[in-house]
Design a protein around this ligand. Structure first.
Ligand code: ZN
Length: 292
């Protein structure tokens, strides 16, 4: 795995910044879910955002869920990230094929359609923190920028990109998030706006083979950029037969007994990693005995 992210500050802490390279993780998602190119691009963008936003959380057990629901053919995306660089996710309709947009690019906006972005932060409080905003462009990066501004009152700039090889495997994936801290000066804001106006798109940066350090250096090099942390990221699901067994137990004794009497193996599927777990009637019987 060559995927990693960096966390940085610039302009003496007036700006915080994140950048990630995610090729292997997005390719893992693509092969697990057999996603079409446009679904790979959409999921890869949200996975990249998830990896960076996961690292914004402080707690060991904290989890972040990013959910997009839209009226386009993909119908939605779900991504879950933790604070250790683990990220997993799926496209609700992974095999969608639609024509390229007017620029000849994968049409993520059309595939997602009009809809909502919901972000849930479970940081161990009784109620998780939930924020929702509308999709403004359905290209994901702009939608997250809008979410940060409206739901978290943090002015941000988000760039996300996924490039495909001709054989539909992932060539490059990654992105950046820049955020203005509350004490930011007017001078820093206008300088950064000028700088962002000059930069090439994140896909061009990725296509040029730029790594996360080079991406942030290009944007924030004039702002006394300080890289604080470099950390690996990966597509990883935490499901297991044991966990699924616990979930089956929550069906209750009556339903479980009924399943056992049907005397058929029961399949339980994890959407996040596209893995099926099978339980034989004998195993269900054992679960039932243990659960009593
Ligand atoms: Zn799983």
């Amino acid at each position: 795995m060559n995927d990693y992210m960096i966390r940085a500050i610039a302009a003496e802490g007036q700006i915080r910044a994140f950048a990630v390279t995610m090729r292997d993780s997005v390719e893992e998602a693509r092969s697990r879910h057999n996603t079409s190119p446009v679904a790979t691009a959409a999921l890869g963008r949200l996975l990249s955002a998830g990896a960076m936003m996961g690292s914004m959380m402080k707690g060991d057990q904290d989890t972040l869920t990013l959910k997009i629901q839209g009226d386009g053919p993909i119908k939605g995306l779900t991504v879950i990230a933790d604070s250790h660089g683990n990220v997993k996710g799926f496209a609700h309709e992974p095999e969608v094929l639609i024509p390229a947009n007017a620029q000849g690019k994968l049409d993520v906006a059309k595939a997602l359609g009009i809809g909502l972005l919901t972000i849930t932060r479970d940081i161990g409080l009784r109620e998780p923190y939930v924020g929702t905003s509308i999709l403004v462009t359905s290209e994901i990066a702009e939608d997250l920028t809008y979410y940060f501004a409206t739901s978290e009152q943090t002015p941000s700039s988000v760039g996300l990109g996924v490039l495909m090889n001709k054989n539909n495997t992932v060539k490059q994936a990654g992105g950046f998030i820049l955020q203005l801290m509350p004490d930011v000066s007017e001078e820093t804001i206008s300088h950064l706006e000028r700088k962002i106006g000059e930069i090439i798109s994140v896909t061009s940066m990725l296509d040029a083979g730029m790594n996360p350090e080079q991406i942030l250096e290009l944007i924030l090099g004039e702002f006394n950029l300080e890289i604080l942390e470099t950390a690996p990221v990966r597509f990883q699901c935490d499901c297991s037969k044991k966990k699924i067994a616990r979930a089956i137990l929550t069906l209750g004794e009556a339903d479980l007994t009924e399943l056992i009497q049907e005397y058929q193996p029961v399949e339980t599927h994890c959407d996040f990693c596209n893995t099926s777990y099978w339980f034989e009637p004998e195993e269900l019987q054992e679960l039932l005995e243990k659960g009593k």
